[in-house]
Design a protein around this ligand. Structure first.
Ligand SMILES: Nc1ncnc2c1ncn2[C@@H]1O[C@H](COP(=O)(O)OP(=O)(O)O)[C@@H](O)[C@H]1O
Ligand SMILES: [Mg+2]
Length: 369
């Protein structure tokens, strides 16, 4: 049975440095997949290790299903083997001297499951991960992607109530990574296990997660469905990290409800969505995704229509990236298709829909690249 995971005010302070996890709270429903997304060092692995019981939290509470598994204030700490949690790591962590079936049977043997049951459970889970034909092979004869499927089968075979995955695709080459990424979601959903998955890769997060939590410096900045995250990021870092790579300086002239008028460096004004904290008169950074800059729109009566010039054109076969000069700054725009419509130096009218440009306080931290 899959179980809910609840994390309340979790903190982990190692002996040196700032807290690796700083007051993190979130819930994963039974059967849900949540992805923690963030740059290296933001505290993803530490969070997983605290949930697994491999790391001792400094403060806060972790509950799996109805059981509190960690609560330092009450000196409560359930050991890892009693948490009924499965883990898959970046390294394949398979037993090299065993066959595929022996690897997958291992956790069942440890749990003293009968031989007949072991055989049927191993066969069933190998079918689920697509390795039905490989049971008798030595595990070292498999490819990286197949070894990671073995590791996954081994974590699922004893039906854990919660599955933790720490960048399981990072060691695979690009093609295998895409294959296994799509398969992973299907397998996790098919086995109906609750999953907490961590990665620094936004594309992986979007494909795999029912919801995504973005982390920075030990803090959980926003947790939302991928559609909400991509269309309504809560701050500049979340916007940047999920691909809104364009930023333009500006100043808020007036605010009306969720939107406001912002003066761009060129002196032109545009209408942008803004979070509640942003006030008239304030300096802002406007964030826009390259794929939301619409090129060559004919209609004249639409808001946020501006003249732009193509400063550089980068043809990539299935798409073209344009570096545009517009609004007194630089903007990247993305055009899908194999025939680019604009050459270097061309004049083009652009439209940035107001709901897809976001004005954040100028002092907010962006992603450093
Ligand atoms: N055993 C440890 N001792 C001291 N600091 C650690 C230890 N493990 C992790 N950290 C620190 O905690 C922070 C978060 O690390 P980690 O959870 O591994 O990040 P991520 O998985 O997001 O890359 C980093 O600053 C890291 O240096
Ligand atoms: Mg890590």
């Amino acid at each position: 049975m899959s179980a809910e995971l609840k994390i309340e005010n979790l903190r982990k302070q190692f002996s040196v440095g700032r807290p690796a996890i700083d007051d993190g709270s979130f819930r994963i429903e039974a059967g849900e997949i949540v992805v923690l997304l963030g740059p290296s060092g933001c505290g993803k692995t530490t969070t997983l290790r605290c949930v697994a019981g491999l790391e001792h939290p400094t403060d806060g509470r972790i509950s799996i299903g109805h059981d509190i598994v960690s609560d330092p204030a009450r000196k409560l700490l359930v050991p890892p083997r009693l948490r009924n949690v499965g883990m898959v790591f970046q390294s394949y962590a398979v037993w090299p001297h065993m066959t595929v079936a022996q690897n997958v049977a291992y956790p069942l043997k440890q749990r003293k499951v009968s031989s007949a049951d072991i055989e049927s459970k191993v066969a069933e889970v190998l079918e689920v991960v697509g390795l039905g034909e490989y049971a008798k092979r030595p595990v070292v004869s498999l490819s990286g992607g197949q070894m990671q499927r073995v590791a996954l089968a081994r974590s699922l075979v004893y039906k854990p109530q919660l599955l933790l995955l720490d960048e399981p695709l990072s060691n695979l080459d690009a093609k295998l990574r895409l294959r296994l990424r799509d398969d992973l979601r299907r397998i996790i959903k098919q086995t109906d296990v609750t999953a907490l998955y961590v990665t620094h890769d936004q594309a992986e997060a979007v494909v795999l997660g029912d919801r995504i939590g973005v982390m920075r410096d030990g803090k959980l900045l926003q947790m939302a469905s991928s559609v909400d995250l991509y269309n309504r990021p809560s701050d500049l870092f979340v916007a940047n990290f999920t691909g809104a790579s364009n930023t333009l300086g500006g100043k808020v002239i007036e605010r009306n409800g969720d939107y406001g008028k912002v003066q761009a460096p060129s002196g032109q004004t545009l209408t942008a969505w803004m979070p509640p904290s942003v006030k008239a008169g304030e300096a802002v950074k406007i964030a826009v995704r390259p794929e939301n800059v619409q090129l060559g729109v004919d209609a004249t009566s639409v808001p946020n229509r501006f003249a732009a010039k193509v400063a550089a054109q980068h043809y990539q076969g299935v798409q073209t990236i344009y570096e545009l000069s517009a609004l007194g700054g630089k903007l990247e725009a993305l055009e899908l298709g194999t025939h680019p419509r604009y050459a270097d130096g061309a004049d083009v009218d652009i439209v940035i829909p107001p709901s897809l440009c976001w004005a954040f306080p100028a002092d907010e931290k962006a992603v450093i690249e």
